[in-house]
Design a protein around this ligand. Structure first.
Ligand code: AMP
Length: 589
């Protein structure tokens, strides 16, 4: 562990990426394969491989107490050190007593991590953590704690570990990335690279893959300019979800790769009936079920037509995001919630089916496989899942078909368009169905996890824009660190300004520089990180949705607010009012 920690110190000492990866590559080659595999995971800032669900479940306060005890420091001393370092690992490196004798090995630390994860209760965990840190030299403890808290803070991330693996063992970076994506285990990836077997990496179900993302387009003309044949789908306003299904077991992952299965207890029952193992990509949407839903057909390859629209209507329709939102983040979903806020899973892609990884296949082929997957009769695994669910959820009841409180799995309708006019027509139909706009996808494109390219395009028009007055500003992050680029803004409530949101994107660097100067000269109160400013600057902001919220004093908040432009042509008195806000909120349903 000493050598690992020293390598981390060296990595932290350089800002150059190439040097960082060279240091890691050199280190990995200098230790045994077992140690290198574990170190690769640690260097990504994790105690366990990404795909594993094992978690240490050791909170910051437990670590804090153990460091205080071993370092024989009181709270005030520790707090002062924490303020200096901003990181508990670094505090431990500074405060723990020196050790003589052999330190810990990386493999031993890994074993101890597993014991800590397995220990039940705070007392048992504390004992284990104390034992581990008591045996570590201060520099080792520094990095053990950093791994436990999930961030090494040495400017290392998993993508750099992948580069180092390619450098150390040969194999292209693309091969390493692919293996790591499939396995979700950078240690296992390292082993395959060392044995020259990267091509043998197999898909590991139940660990989430990256999501393919879309680029915005401004006009229908642009929509068909990037590729020859496009599949057009509605753009639903829900949450992106990747479903893994195998042998009656189902898991659903969010865009942040969190397991959200528990928030949607009606989904597994519906998905378990798939005839084969699969990974599906789609959007979970609050759904208003149409009466004749049972007979609704799939819509595939439809040109814009009244008949197509009619069929789409028979599937039911999406309800606003605010309704879905009431279901998010809940562990237990009440029966009432299931009944009143039902959801549907609008599936538009498949990444894996029938034992085959489909990422490299063109969309037209994946789409066909998906169509078949969703029309084949359900198999009997279905019952197993509903049984499991009945146990875990207690109160839930499913009828034999599982339909009463089971979500619908709907193949997202696919339309065709050959002209900008077609797209415009589909676009208004999509909006009339309550959806955000359209997704335009290249039928010849592979599925690129985690990539935002021009193979998927999104076309949406703003719900509305608001003219608002800036009331407070903050310094930005990253590239925007020295400039005032985060703006809190307000609308009029009578003669009072009430805040409604905060946005930071949309202006050019030159505009931000100019605004920074202006805000510095027109600050009313400097609160350090935040300045309240004279309410003179008018912005036009766009947003996806409006919600009721007590975060701001207007009682509303905007979802995904972005600055469209500065409105120097408007006086602050001409900004929008709370009445307009209420109207927009009512209009969105
Ligand atoms: P945005 O969040 O505006 O970048 O738009 C991309 C998101 O739209 C995706 O991540 C999905 O959550 C969502 N979406 C809705 N409908 C579709 C669809 N038919 N295909 C792909 N993504 C969709």
């Amino acid at each position: 562990m000493q050598k690992f920690a020293q390598t981390c110190e060296a990595i932290a000492a350089t800002t150059k990426k190439l040097q960082k990866t060279a240091l890691v590559a050199e280190y990995l080659k200098s230790v045994s394969l077992d140690e290198a595999a574990v170190s690769a995971v640690f260097l990504s800032g994790r105690p366990f491989p990404a795909w594993e669900e094992t978690a240490l479940q050791v909170g910051g306060s437990l670590l804090w107490r153990v460091v205080a005890e071993l370092g024989e420091k009181d709270d005030a001393e520790l707090s002062a050190a924490y303020r200096r370092h901003g990181d508990l690992g670094a505090v431990a490196g500074d405060m723990l007593p020196q050790k003589t004798g052999p330190g810990l090995s990386v493999l031993e630390v890994s074993r101890r991590f597993r014991e800590i994860a397995a220990a039940r209760g705070a007392a048992a965990k504390t004992t284990q953590v104390r034992d581990l840190l008591a045996r570590a030299a201060p520099l080792e403890a520094k990095y053990i704690i950093k791994i436990m808290t999930g961030d090494l803070r040495v400017g290392m991330k998993e993508s750099l570990v992948e580069e180092a693996i390619a450098k150390a063992y040969g194999g292209t970076l693309a091969d390493v990335q692919r293996a790591n994506m499939l396995l979700g285990d950078v240690g296992e990836t390292l082993r395959l690279a060392a044995e020259n077997k990267l091509a043998e990496a197999k898909m590991r179900l139940f660990h989430p893959l990256g999501f393919m993302l879309a680029s915005p387009i401004e006009s229908a003309e642009k929509g068909l300019s990037y590729f020859t044949e496009a599949a057009i789908e509605d753009k639903y306003d829900g949450i992106r979800a990747q479903a893994h299904v195998s042998d009656g077991e189902v898991k659903i992952f969010s865009r942040t790769r969190d397991d959200i299965t528990e928030s949607f207890p009606e989904m597994p029952g519906a998905l378990a009936g798939l005839p084969n193992d699969a990974i599906l990509d789609g959007e979970i949407v609050a759904w208003e079920y149409a009466k004749a839903a049972g007979d609704a057909q799939q819509i595939v390859d439809e040109p814009p037509s009244e008949e197509g629209e009619q069929k789409a209507t028979e599937l039911g329709r999406a309800r606003p995001f605010s309704i879905l939102q009431q279901r998010l983040g809940r562990k237990k979903v009440s029966e009432k919630m299931l009944r009143e806020n039902p959801v549907a899973y609008l599936v538009f892609d498949t990444l894996y089916a029938n034992g085959k990884l489909l990422l490299d296949r063109p969309l037209r082929e994946r789409a066909q496989i998906l169509d078949e997957l969703l029309t084949t009769k359900p198999n009997t695994n279905h019952h197993r899942v509903t049984e499991t669910l009945r146990e875990s959820q207690g109160k839930l009841s499913f009828d034999e078909e599982g339909s009463a409180e089971t979500a619908r799995i709907i193949r997202a309708p696919v339309f065709r368009a050959t002209s900008a006019e077609d797209l415009e027509e589909l676009f208004s139909a999509a909006q009339a169905r309550g959806n955000e706009g359209l997704m335009i996808k290249d039928l010849d494109s592979p599925y690129l996890p985690g990539k935002r390219g021009k193979s998927w395009l999104k076309m949406k028009r703003e719900l509305a824009t608001l003219d608002v007055v800036v009331t407070a500003v903050e310094y930005g992050h990253g590239r925007r660190i020295g400039v005032l680029s985060d703006y809190t803004f307000a609308v009029w409530d009578g003669d009072k300004l009430v805040n409604i949101g905060k946005a930071y994107s949309g202006l050019t660097d030159a505009e931000i520089a100019e605004m920074t100067q202006w805000f510095l000269e027109h600050t009313m109160e400097d609160q350090g990180f935040r300045r309240s400013v004279e309410p003179k600057i008018v912005l036009e902001v766009a947003f996806n949705n409006m919600m009721r919220s007590d975060r701001h004093d207007s009682g509303y908040a905007l979802r995904f607010p972005r600055i469209v432009r500065l409105r120097p042509d408007k006086l602050p008195q001409e900004a929008d009012t709370i009445e307009t806000v209420r109207e927009i909120f009512a209009r969105q349903g």
